[in-house]
Design a protein around this ligand. Structure first.
Ligand SMILES: [Zn+2]
Length: 833
């Protein structure tokens, strides 16, 4: 026992109760040597809560796999006693609660750990950070906590973490494997990075497609921290990364936010220098795409920061390329040091932080930076989805109750135009507390300070939701309705038939439910006027006459359609002018029997997006099989096979199995790189170029470029390579909406292009969706590829034998947030047979 231990023992007696607070390694003997289980983490925090008055616990929900989502409030005992009062004052001061402003001297710092489940250095460090904050022997942290309230979430992604930690425990024994040739460094598909549905929670902050994000952001909105740290890991050879972030910064990032980043860099580097640890900053992690754990808080006024430790794939210990061994202990120590520095700086900067935060919420709404001060969204059934997203982000909107002539920038044509604001249109004014977030999510154009962004460069909600929108340059003052809820149809007890318009994912969910109840559904093939009402093609029709054997049909249909606002109950089948329901315009729909392929080689997140869509969004049965078990699939059980992004290393006989499946009447939906399975393959019409001549020209051009590039300088390499890149841009498409794949989308569709893969319009296939000769686009597209994309298809249907292959060049379900893309995918599933 050394002297320090004697001293600690003394404290134990003197402080009694509080001195029982144990450090993580005392409480958990494996700590720093092996990964913790999730229950270890919860137990340790429970220990802190039991033994310290400086920490409180809140469960803010459950994950898909039923694990607790935990958050801990850490501050002085006095602050914690008054925490609700302090919170309310804070929200009042930034205009989120009514009341008059009061002097504020407390700073809110939110620490988020382990958004990616397999980045375990992050969650492990959360224990040490919490310990140092409440440790009675740490005088520094006690001083900070007089003025700082830390909100600590030790694990944003418990399911992913559990997947990784159980696996690592399963496959490791007593021997360490610092050399990389061991399964300890080879995580199996789909990996623990993502959540239950294999969705990346650190791309989901704004869209909140996942339960964990929805619950967390709801809590976040109640606290609105001034500083937010997102604690991550990256490849294990990388030195530590801390702010400042890299360019491009979004222009909405304020001078003070930049300045704080700079100060974090200065303070953290000092601490790392003392230890002799390697690090870097200002490179690689930019502040642009709004759905990250640094940008989302930044657009909510906070200092949003990403921290990254090398560690992914490191297991318990790994030899780095400089010969050094990196352990879990190293990873958690680095994080602990950096994150405590962030709390320290928040304390030191508290006066500026408070003042700047208050200013932010005044200035951003009175002198907004973006082009538009208001947005008008024309009323349509698709608006409902947009409103839900606005609500999740606490963005205020109003429902107009007036007719006014206005001028604005029309998203769909990309031009200024006069338009009529009408009752029930949605008005979103920037004059609101979340002014910046509103503009960032709505604006079509974002200034890139540098074209080398890591991620998509455009995401404007009007395109994602397919809603007609105008950007207006003034704050609109118009009469609005009292409530912001759209009216629903009143459902009668009896009907002849029901018409369910096909225009959003709710329509698809309803159709899925009808199929599952064995209710026969017809689908209108042409837009018509029926009994004085206009019905668009794609409208679902359920008649009593088709479903005599279904018990309580009326009740059942009312229940299934209860979430859809625009359902029409019909009391006649007489449409007139050839539109009678008994006529030819309404064929029956086939019930899809779906197989989704996954496993090694298939992009796990793309797989996850489809799984989540089928399971959660439309609640429709489907089978998932990993490629390794391909030969055990009974293809006769299915009529729909989904091949999402991936490298399908199929044998010749497996390819033949797919050929036969289609030949016999099956449907394959192939997405992104899965198109390679069919490209230039006999029997399919998928080719890059429509004419051989074009192919030759392109190859000649490529050769010329290669020759010319011999003179290029080495250091411009990266920039040159982006001339052929699209990391994520919005493109205008023409839709053939007479094809069922186009139902509900209208004649124009804005797609999110996420790769440089391109195909000219196909010969002999149905090019349902394509980029016209002259097209509108938003976001960064490399100069070289920009011209190549015109008259390329985005979605095409190839009729092969008795079946079909739907080619989707880009994944319309990208991250689940492109709501019109979700509808497009639903068309491919439910409408095309
Ligand atoms: Zn991460």
């Amino acid at each position: 026992m050394n002297l320090k231990r004697y001293w600690l023992f003394g404290c134990f007696i003197t402080w009694g109760f509080f001195a029982q607070v144990q450090a993580p390694h005392q409480f958990l003997p494996h700590y720093g040597k092996h990964v913790s289980y999730y229950h270890h983490v919860e137990d340790y925090f429970q220990h802190l809560v039991k033994n310290s008055n400086q920490i409180q616990h809140q469960v803010y929900g459950k994950t898909y796999q039923d694990r607790n989502l935990n958050v801990y409030f850490i501050s002085s005992e006095e602050n914690l006693k008054n925490i609700e009062t302090i919170r309310k004052q804070h929200l009042t001061n930034i205009g989120l609660l009514p009341g008059s402003k009061t002097r504020q001297d407390k700073v809110f710092v939110w620490l988020s750990f382990n958004v990616h489940g397999n980045e375990i250095g992050s969650i492990e460090s959360a224990l040490s950070v919490a310990y140092e904050l409440v440790n009675p022997n740490n005088a520094a942290t006690k001083k900070w906590l007089q003025d700082v309230i830390v909100i600590l979430d030790p694990c944003l992604n418990p399911d992913g973490f559990a997947r990784y930690s159980h696996w690592l425990r399963d496959i490791t024994g007593t021997q360490l494997h610092p050399g990389v040739t061991d399964r300890e460094h080879m995580e199996p598909w789909p990996g623990g990075r993502q959540n239950h549905y294999v969705n990346d929670l650190n791309r989901d902050w704004a869209w909140q497609t996942q339960k964990e994000s929805q619950l967390r952001i709801a809590l976040y909105q109640q606290w609105m921290p001034m500083v937010h740290a997102d604690v991550n890991e990256m490849g294990y050879n990388e030195p530590y990364f801390f702010p400042p972030a890299a360019e491009p910064f979004h222009e909405q990032i304020t001078a003070y936010q930049r300045k704080f980043h700079q100060k974090i860099g200065e303070l953290t580097s000092k601490k790392f220098d003392e230890k002799g640890w390697l690090y870097y900053s200002g490179e690689r992690f930019d502040l642009f795409y709004p759905s990250y754990g640094d940008t989302y808080p930044s657009y909510n006024g906070a200092i949003g920061m990403t921290y990254e430790q090398g560690g992914i794939g490191a297991g318990r210990a790994v030899r780095q390329n400089n010969g050094q061994i990196l352990t879990i202990q190293d990873r958690l120590e680095h994080h602990t040091k950096a994150i405590l520095a962030a709390v320290e700086l928040s304390y030191l900067e508290r006066n500026n932080l408070i003042q700047e935060f208050h200013q932010y919420f005044i200035k951003s709404r009175t002198q907004p930076l973006g082009n538009f001060k208001s947005y008008v969204v024309k009323n349509s059934p698709k608006v409902e989805g947009l409103l839900q997203l606005l609500q999740k982000n606490k963005i205020e909107y109003q429902i107009a109750d007036q007719n006014v002539s206005l001028k604005g920038w029309h998203y769909q044509t990309g031009k200024d135009a006069n338009f009529q604001l009408q009752p029930n249109d949605v008005v979103i004014s920037v004059d609101q507390p979340r002014a910046v977030l509103t503009q960032v999510l709505m604006d079509p154009y974002h200034k890139l300070t540098d074209s080398l962004s890591y991620d998509i460069t455009a995401w404007a909600l009007p395109f994602a939701y397919g809603v007609e929108t105008y950007g207006v340059k003034s704050f609109l003052k118009i009469a609005v309705k009292d409530n912001t809820i759209l009216e629903k149809t009143i459902k009668p007890a009896k009907f002849y038939a029901v018409a369910i318009p096909w225009n959003n994912v709710v329509s698809a969910k309803i159709l899925g439910a009808l199929h599952q109840k064995q209710i026969k559904v017809r689908c209108l093939q042409k837009s018509i006027n029926f009994d004085g009402k206009s019905f668009e093609k794609g409208t679902l029709i359920v008649t009593k006459a088709d479903n005599l054997s279904v018990e309580n049909l009326e009740l059942l249909v009312q229940e299934i359609t209860k979430d859809k606002l625009d359902v029409v109950f019909l009391h006649t089948g007489f449409g007139g002018k050839g539109g009678d329901i008994g006529g030819e315009l309404y064929p029956f729909l086939v019930s899809p029997k779906i197989l989704l392929l996954g496993g090694l080689g298939v992009s796990n997140v793309d797989f996850g997006q489809i799984w989540h869509f089928l399971d959660e969004r439309v609640s429709y049965p489907h089978s998932k099989v990993e490629l390794a078990y391909f030969n055990r699939i009974n293809f006769q059980d299915f009529n729909t096979v989904i091949l999402t992004e991936g490298w399908y290393n199929l044998s010749d006989s497996q390819r033949k199995t797919l050929d036969e499946f289609v030949q016999k009447g099956g449907k394959i939906i192939a997405i992104g790189s899965a198109l390679r399975l069919f490209e230039d393959r006999e029997g399919y019409r998928l080719t890059k170029f429509a004419e051989e001549e074009t192919a030759n020209q392109q190859s000649k051009k490529r050769k010329e470029r290669e020759l010319k590039s011999r003179f290029d300088e080495f250091d411009s390499q990266e920039r040159r390579s982006i001339s052929n890149e699209v990391t994520g841009a919005i493109l205008e498409n023409v839709v053939d909406d007479s094809h069922p794949l186009g139902f509900g989308l209208g004649k124009q569709y804005f797609s999110l292009k996420t790769s440089n893969q391109s195909f000219q319009l196909l010969k002999g296939a149905q090019n349902v969706m394509y980029i016209p000769k002259k097209y509108q686009s938003h976001g960064f597209i490399g100069a070289e590829i920009k011209s190549k994309l015109s008259e390329n298809f985005t979605i095409a249907v190839d009729e092969v034998g008795r079946g079909k292959v739907v080619y989707m060049v880009d994944n319309p379900m990208f991250r689940g947030f492109w709501e019109n893309g979700n509808l497009l995918f639903a068309n491919a599933i439910f409408m095309v047979f």
